[in-house]
Design a protein around this ligand. Structure first.
Ligand code: Z2T
Length: 804
C-alpha cells in the first residue's frame, strides 16, 4: 500500500498552475483575462488540470499494453457523474495549488467550482454506481473503459409550480465540455432495420435500411493520486452523410438535411424513467447503438493487439449494467459469425465467457421485455440469433418448456442476459438471495454457479473526502495520512475514539458546521429558513412508491398533529428534508411530491412549529445537491418496503458522514446493520418474508388504519383537504390507494415506523450517546467503499488482478 501523495501525478505548485491557467485561458479558451467570465476561468482551470491528467493516463495505457492486462469494459446506459473538476483536483492532490492559482487571478475558488454544470447522464442509483465504479477502477488499477451514450440532454431539471413538479430540459453541453477529447477518427457505422439473407455456414448477410455513425468522445478518469487512469468513452450519434445530395441540388434544403435528424435523435436525450421501461423504439435503438459501437471498438482493440477473436474472453471481461446493453450477447455472436466466420456454437461460447450481467431490481414491471415485432423490425438479424440462443439453451438444459427467452411474443432481456453471461450478480446479499429464489429461480437451478453477490459501494473520494472537508481534516489527522481515502478500512480506527469525549466533541462540531452551511444554502437558494441546531432528517432519492416517501410524509403530518395536541410534549426538534425527482409520466409519484409540498407549506406557516418542526423540499435534487445535504444529515431515511430496494447506496454515503439510519431490513441496510451493530441503527418494520406473508394472507390496509388513530387522523385530514386549502379531491388517488390496496404496505409499517421515530427522539435527547453512535457508524463503513466492490468483481467476476 502507498503512503505518499506524489505517485505518478505530476506535482505542480500554485505559481506553476497559475501560469498554466493563464496560458489555457488565452490559447485554449481564447479569452483575454480582462474580459474573462467566471466560466472562462473555470474552463481555463479545467484545461490546465486536464493537461496534468494526460501523462498519467498515457502511463497507465502503456502499462496495460506492456503487462498484457486483461481489460474490463463497463457498458452502461447511464453515468451519473456530477461535477468533475474538484474530483480530479482532489484525486491528483492539487487542491492547495488550485486554490492559490485561482486566488492569484482574483477569482473565488468556491464560485468557480460551483459554476460547473453536473453531468447528469443518469437517473439515480444505477447511474451513480457506474460513476463510483469508474473512480474505483482507476483507484485500484483495473484497466477499464466505461462505455455509454453522450446524451445531449441529461436528466430533466425539476421545478415546482405551486408544489407540483414541472420538468425543463437540461442543457449541460451548452457550454463546452472541457474534459473530453473528441475522437473524430473513431467512428463506427451502426445499422438498423432492413433485410437478412442467408450466408455461408451459420452466417448471414444483413443489409440495414438505416445507418448512423457512432462517434467517440473520451474523458480521462484519474484515480487516487494518478496511480492509474482509465477512459470513459461516450458515443455521439451522427449522420453518415450530413446532406442528401440530390434534394440539395434541387434546392430542397429541408429534405436534404432529413437523414441527420434521425441520427442525432438517438443520442439526444436520456430517458427519465428509472425503473419502468416504456418499450419505446427509440430506447431500443439507443441500447443497440451504444452496445454495438462499444463491441466494435472492443473487437478492434483486441485485433489491433494481434489477437484472434476466439481468444476474446482471455483478454476482455464485459460487464452489462442491467439489461440495457443485453443485446450485447446477440451482437457479439453476430460479429463473430457473420464478420469473423466462427460457427454459431463457438461464437456463443466466446460471448458467454466474456459477458457478465448485473441485476439491479426484482420489481416485475422493471424487467425489460421487447416485443418480437419491434425487435424483429429494428434488428432482424439479432432476432434470428436470439431465437437460436433460446433453442440451444432449451436443448442443452433439456428443459424445453421451462425458461424461454422468447415468450408470448416478447423477448425477455433478463433471461437473455443471464443465459449470455459467465457471471450474474446481485447488488446486496439480500437482493442476491431473492434473485435466486424469485426471478431467476429456474435459471439458478440450471446454472447454480452463475449467480454471485457483489454488494454495492460508494467512492469515499467524492462522498467523504470531497464533500466533507471538516471530516477529511479530522480523519487525516487521526489516521496519520490521507491514504484512508484509497483504503477506507483504515476508518475502523475511529471505533475506540467513540469513547473519547474530546474526539466526539470535534466530530460533532464538524456536523454542526456542515448543518450551518447547509441551512445557509437552503435559505439562499431555496428561500427556506431552518434551525441548524434541530435534527436534520433527510430522505433523498428518486420518488417511487416502494421507497415510501409517502410514509415519511404521513409520519411528518402525524408528528405535527402530536405537537399541536400537546405543545409541552418532548419531541426532538426536526428539519425534515426531502429531495428527488419523479419520472414525468409517473402520476402517483408526482402526486406524492405535491402532498409533501402541501404538508410542508402547512407546517412551515404555523407559528407553533417554530423551533420544533420544519419541512424543506429543495427542487432539482442532483449529485451536487447530495454533496451538500449528506454531510449535514443527522438521520438518514432508508424506509423502502422490505424486499424491494435492491441495495441502496445513499444509505452508505450518509453513514460514512456520521448520520444514523432509520430503516427497514432491505437491500444493503441489512449489511449496514451488521457493520455498525444493531444498537447503532434504528431498524423497524416487516422483514422481506413478513411482507410476502402479509400479502399472501390477504392484506387489508384499512385494518391497520383503524388500529392506529395517528394514521387514521392524517388520512382523514388529507381527505378533508386539511393540507390543501380545503381541497378534499386533490389526493383522492393517494388515500384511495392507501385504504384499498396499499401495494407497498405503508399502513402495515406505519405504526412501527412512527414508534421507532420516537425512539430516535429519545436518542437525540442524549447528544453524547448520539455522537458515539455516529462515530461508530462512520467507523463501520470501510466495507462500503466501492474499492472493495471493484476488488470483488475483479476477483470473482472478471478474473483480473488490480495494479494498485
Ligand atoms: C436504478 O437506479 C436502480 C435499479 C434499476 O433497476 C434501475 C435504476 Cl435506474 C432496473 C437502483 C436500485 O433501485 C437501487 O436499490 C440500487 O442501489 C442501485 O440501482 C444500484 O445498484
Amino acid at each position: 500500500m502507498h503512503d505518499g501523495a506524489t505517485d505518478t501525478a505530476k506535482q505542480i505548485d500554485g505559481e506553476a498552475l497559475r501560469v498554466a491557467m493563464a496560458h489555457s485561458l488565452r490559447y485554449a479558451i481564447g479569452k483575454d483575462p480582462v474580459t474573462a467570465t467566471l466560466s472562462d476561468w473555470r474552463l481555463a482551470l479545467t484545461r490546465a488540470v486536464r493537461d496534468l491528467v494526460v501523462d498519467p493516463w498515457f502511463a497507465a495505457t502503456r502499462r496495460a499494453y506492456a503487462e498484457k492486462r486483461k481489460r474490463v469494459y463497463y457498458l452502461s446506459m447511464e453515468f451519473l457523474i456530477g461535477r468533475l473538476l474538484e474530483d480530479a483536483i482532489h484525486n491528483l492532490g492539487l487542491e492547495a495549488a488550485a486554490r492559490e492559482a485561482v486566488a492569484a487571478h482574483g477569482v473565488d475558488y468556491a464560485a468557480l467550482v460551483d459554476d460547473e454544470p453536473d453531468a447528469a447522464l443518469g437517473n439515480g442509483g444505477l447511474g451513480r454506481l457506474a460513476a463510483c465504479f469508474l473512480d474505483s477502477m482507476s483507484t485500484v488499477g483495473v484497466a477499464a473503459h466505461g462505455y455509454g451514450i453522450r446524451y445531449e440532454h441529461g436528466l430533466f431539471r425539476q421545478r415546482f409550480d405551486q408544489g407540483w413538479q414541472g420538468e425543463e430540459p437540461e442543457d449541460w453541453l451548452r457550454q463546452r465540455h472541457a474534459w473530453e477529447f473528441e475522437r473524430s477518427e473513431v467512428a463506427y457505422p451502426i445499422g438498423f432495420g432492413g433485410e437478412v439473407s442467408p450466408g455461408e455456414g451459420d452466417g448471414a448477410l444483413w443489409t440495414p435500411s438505416d445507418t448512423v455513425l457512432a462517434a467517440a468522445y473520451d474523458t480521462p478518469i484519474p484515480g487516487w493520486r494518478g496511480r492509474w487512469t482509465n477512459t470513459l468513452r461516450l458515443w455521439d450519434a451522427q449522420p453518415v452523410r450530413e446532406f442528401d445530395l440530390e434534394p440539395f441540388n434541387r434546392g430542397d434544403y429541408m429534405a436534404a438535411a432529413a437523414p441527420s435528424v434521425f441520427a442525432e435523435t438517438i443520442s439526444r436525450v436520456l430517458y427519465p424513467d428509472d425503473t419502468t421501461p416504456q418499450g419505446k423504439e427509440l430506447r431500443l435503438k439507443q441500447e443497440y447503438f451504444f452496445t454495438a459501437a462499444s463491441l466494435a471498438d472492443i473487437l478492434r482493440r483486441h485485433r489491433a493487439m494481434g489477437l484472434e477473436p476466439r481468444s476474446l474472453a482471455a483478454h476482455a471481461a464485459i460487464q452489462l449494467n442491467d439489461t440495457h446493453p443485453a443485446i450485447a450477447g446477440p451482437e457479439l455472436v453476430r460479429l463473430l459469425v457473420d464478420d469473423h466466420g466462427l460457427d454459431f456454437d463457438e461464437a456463443f461460447d466466446v460471448a458467454s465467457a466474456t459477458l457478465n450481467y448485473t441485476n439491479h431490481t426484482l420489481m416485475p414491471e422493471a424487467l425489460e421485455r421487447w416485443s418480437t415485432d419491434l425487435m424483429g423490425h429494428a434488428l432482424p438479424r439479432h432476432m434470428q440469433i436470439i431465437e437460436r440462443i433460446d433453442t440451444r439453451h432449451a436443448r442443452e438444459t433439456k428443459r424445453p418448456d421451462s425458461v424461454r427467452i422468447v415468450d408470448n411474443g416478447e423477448v425477455r432481456m433478463g433471461d437473455l442476459a443471464f443465459i449470455s453471461a459467465h457471471r450474474v450478480n446481485g447488488v446486496s446479499a439480500l437482493h442476491t438471495d431473492l434473485m435466486k429464489q424469485t426471478v431467476f429461480a429456474e435459471l439458478h437451478a440450471l446454472h447454480p454457479e452463475k449467480i454471485v453477490n457483489q454488494t454495492n459501494g460508494v467512492t469515499p473520494r467524492r462522498w467523504l473526502y470531497g464533500c466533507n472537508a471538516g471530516m477529511r481534516r479530522l480523519l487525516t489527522e487521526t489516521l496519520g495520512s490521507e491514504e484512508w481515502a484509497a483504503d477506507l478500512d483504515r476508518i475502523a480506527a475511529l471505533a475506540p475514539l467513540a469513547e473519547d469525549a474530546a474526539f466526539r466533541e470535534r466530530f460533532q462540531a464538524i456536523k454542526t458546521d456542515n448543518k450551518r452551511a447547509c441551512a445557509a444554502w437552503l435559505e439562499r437558494e431555496h428561500g427556506v429558513s431552518v434551525d441548524p441546531t434541530a435534527m436534520f432528517d433527510i430522505q433523498i432519492k428518486r420518488i417511487h412508491e416502494y421507497k415510501r416517501q409517502l410514509m415519511n410524509a404521513l409520519e411528518t403530518a402525524a408528528l405535527y398533529n402530536a405537537i399541536k395536541a400537546d405543545p409541552s410534549a418532548e419531541f426532538a426538534p426536526r428539519v425534515k428534508i426531502f429531495g428527488g425527482k419523479a419520472a414525468p409520466g409517473y402520476a402517483m409519484a408526482k402526486l406524492i411530491i405535491k402532498l409533501i409540498n402541501d404538508i410542508a407549506a402547512t407546517i412551515n406557516a404555523d407559528p407553533a412549529m417554530k423551533g420544533r418542526l420544519a419541512v424543506a423540499y429543495p427542487a432539482n435534487y442532483n449529485v451536487s445537491m447530495a454533496e451538500i445535504l449528506i454531510p449535514a444529515a443527522d438521520l438518514s431515511e432508508q424506509i423502502s418496503t422490505a424486499g424491494k430496494e435492491a441495495s441502496g447506496t445513499g444509505n452508505m454515503k450518509f453513514a460514512m458522514n456520521g448520520a444514523l439510519t432509520v430503516g427497514t431490513l432491505d437491500g444493503a441496510n441489512v449489511e449496514i446493520r451488521d457493520a455498525v451493530g444493531e444498537e447503532n441503527i434504528f431498524i423497524f418494520g416487516q422483514t422481506a418474508a413478513e411482507v410476502l406473508a402479509t400479502r399472501a394472507n390477504g392484506y387489508a390496509p384499512q385494518s391497520f388504519i383503524d388500529a392506529d388513530p395517528r394514521l387514521a387522523q392524517v388520512v382523514e385530514q388529507i381527505e378533508a383537504g386539511f393540507f390543501s386549502g380545503g381541497d378534499g379531491e386533490r389526493f383522492r388517488a393517494v388515500t384511495e390507494n392507501l385504504r384499498g390496496h396499499d401495494w407497498f404496505q405503508v399502513c402495515a409499517d406505519f405504526t412501527s415506523y412512527y414508534d421507532r421515530q420516537r425512539v430516535v427522539d429519545d436518542a437525540w435527547a442524549k447528544p453524547e450517546e448520539w455522537t458515539r453512535k455516529a462515530v461508530l457508524n462512520a467507523a463501520g463503513m470501510g466495507v462500503f467503499s466501492s474499492d472493495r466492490t471493484i476488488r470483488g468483481y475483479a476477483a470473482e467476476v472478471w478474473g483480473v488482478t488490480p495494479a494498485c
